[in-house]
Design a protein around this ligand. Structure first.
Ligand code: NAD
Length: 429
């Protein structure tokens, strides 16, 4: 039987535990999600029929603060997937030193099959079903795969209706007009760019001489691809769920983004005086993209893309995980043996949750920041924590992933031990 996603995620924890002194009690508590909720959401469809959807919310650990995590709409969403994503959020928030625990949510569906009205009824129904489980001081929602700011706006509005007061801080990633933060929409890609740029400098890898392939051209992937291209990197391949494109001389990412917006698919373009024409490019599959001979590979789609089956074919020198869990633990070993540097998801894609934290702070203080202020604070955190992970990796001679978990575990262990285990209930002290 294949290993569950959560069991696979926990493997990373076990490796890191060798390098950090943390109490047995704290370790034991980190092995299990604190609370998992499964709900049925009845939705009246446009044709008058009633359809029941399965939804989830998991709070993995809230020792360092309220749970924090996105909501995913995807046909493959399961309780196992949501639990592992909540596990990663726990470590990601600790790694970035955000005052949050880890949580995650999701609904099993193909959102492309629902009308906008059906999606709104479903999103509001999800909040009706989980309202007692979440809240600005308990567990805060955010966007993830196939959820966006429009959906976050509906969710915040529905929660406010239930509470009979405006509660913007229950959801981050909202439209700016509803209390969203400047820069949140692009935060994951922007944060990833700061990490990539800072870390590649350690290898004296000049942008103009660095080729990049990006798998997944959504919210996170398209932003990081565009920022890298603007900084002079040669982004030679990108892909989405329909497949990918490759052009040896590099792609005009800004033009492709515009084309995708208008045509819903990606095509290599060359733009001069804003008149764009299709340029010569190769159509490639997602599998081919992963094994391209490039310097940098950025998986920014879904989890489990690089596995024991295809890891041997990877040729990139550096992998930056923008997606959550794109590399299985078996594949990790193969990549490490090949000498490939893997910068882990909990560091690279933490820009989203970091600006979510900024949004929550702004909602609670009522004072809103300019985009430059948001990005300056984001850059400072992303680069500082990357530097710490880099130093830990060198100090212990471990992979960057293990170093990231060591760094997060130190903070988590300290918090868990400070909180204690509530033994006094048992001992009567
Ligand atoms: P998104 O829905 O905006 O984009 C996903 C992209 O992946 C789309 O371009 C889609 O076509 C593509 N895709 C889907 N299936 C694919 C496949 N089999 N092969 C190749 N491409 C495929 O989602 P997103 O918000 O960009 O999230 C992408 C990843 O980044 C996820 O793992 C998510 O958990 C992670 N992430 C996102 C955020 C955020 O703030 N958006 C934050 C942290 C982590």
């Amino acid at each position: 039987m294949s290993k569950s996603l959560l069991a696979d995620a926990s493997t990373r924890l076990e490796e890191a535990l060798k390098y950090v002194s943390i109490s047995e009690d704290a370790i034991e508590r980190l092995k299990y999600p604190k609370a998992s909720l499964i709900v049925s959401i009845p939705v009246r469809m446009d044709d008058g029929s009633l359809k029941i959807f399965q939804g989830y919310r998991v709070r993995y650990d809230d020792t360092r603060g309220p749970g924090k995590g996105g909501v995913r709409y995807h046909p493959k969403v399961s309780i196992d997937e949501v639990q592992s994503l909540a596990f990663w959020m726990t470590f990601k928030c600790a790694l970035l030193d955000l005052p949050f625990g880890g949580a995650k949510g999701g609904i099993t569906l193909n959102p492309k099959e629902l009308s906008k009205q059906e999606l709104e009824r479903l999103s509001r129904g999800y909040i009706d079903a989980i309202a007692d489980f979440v809240g600005p001081d308990v567990d805060i929602l955010a966007p993830d795969v196939y959820t966006n700011e429009m959906i976050m706006g509906w969710m915040m509005d529905q929660y406010s209706i239930i509470q009979r007061k405006i509660s913007p801080a229950v959801v981050t990633g909202k439209p700016v007009m509803m209390g969203g933060s400047q820069g949140r929409d692009a935060a994951t890609g922007t944060g990833a760019f700061y990490v990539i740029h800072a870390m590649l400098a350690k290898f004296e890898q000049l942008p103009q001489k660095t080729t990049v392939a990006v798998q997944g051209f959504g919210n996170a992937g398209s932003v990081v691809a565009e920022l890298l291209a603007k900084a002079g990197y040669q982004v030679v391949a990108i892909s989405d769920s329909l497949g990918g494109i490759y052009a040896e001389k590099g792609l005009d990412i800004t033009a492709i983004k515009q084309y995708k917006l208008e045509h819903k698919n990606i095509s290599a373009l060359y733009c001069e005086n804003s008149v764009c024409s299709i340029v010569e490019h190769k159509v490639i599959t997602n599998e081919e993209l992963l094994s391209l001979d490039v310097d940098v590979l950025i998986p920014a789609a879904l989890e489990n893309q690089i596995t024991a089956e295809n890891a041997a074919q990877i040729q990139a020198k550096y992998i930056f995980e923008v997606a959550n869990g794109p590399i299985t633990s078996e594949a990790d070993k193969i990549l490490t043996a090949k000498g490939i540097y893997v910068f882990p998801d909990i560091l690279v894609n933490a820009g989203g949750v970091t600006v979510s934290y900024f949004e929550w702070v702004q909602n609670r203080s009522g004072l809103y920041w300019r985009l430059t202020e948001v990005n300056e604070r984001l850059k400072e955190r992303m680069v500082n924590e990357s530097e710490k992970v880099w130093s830990i990796a060198r100090e212990f001679g471990v992979s960057l992933r293990t170093a990231a978990y060591v760094h997060a575990l130190e903070r988590l262990g300290e918090a868990l031990d400070a909180k204690g285990t509530r033994d006094y209930y048992v001992n009567g002290k």
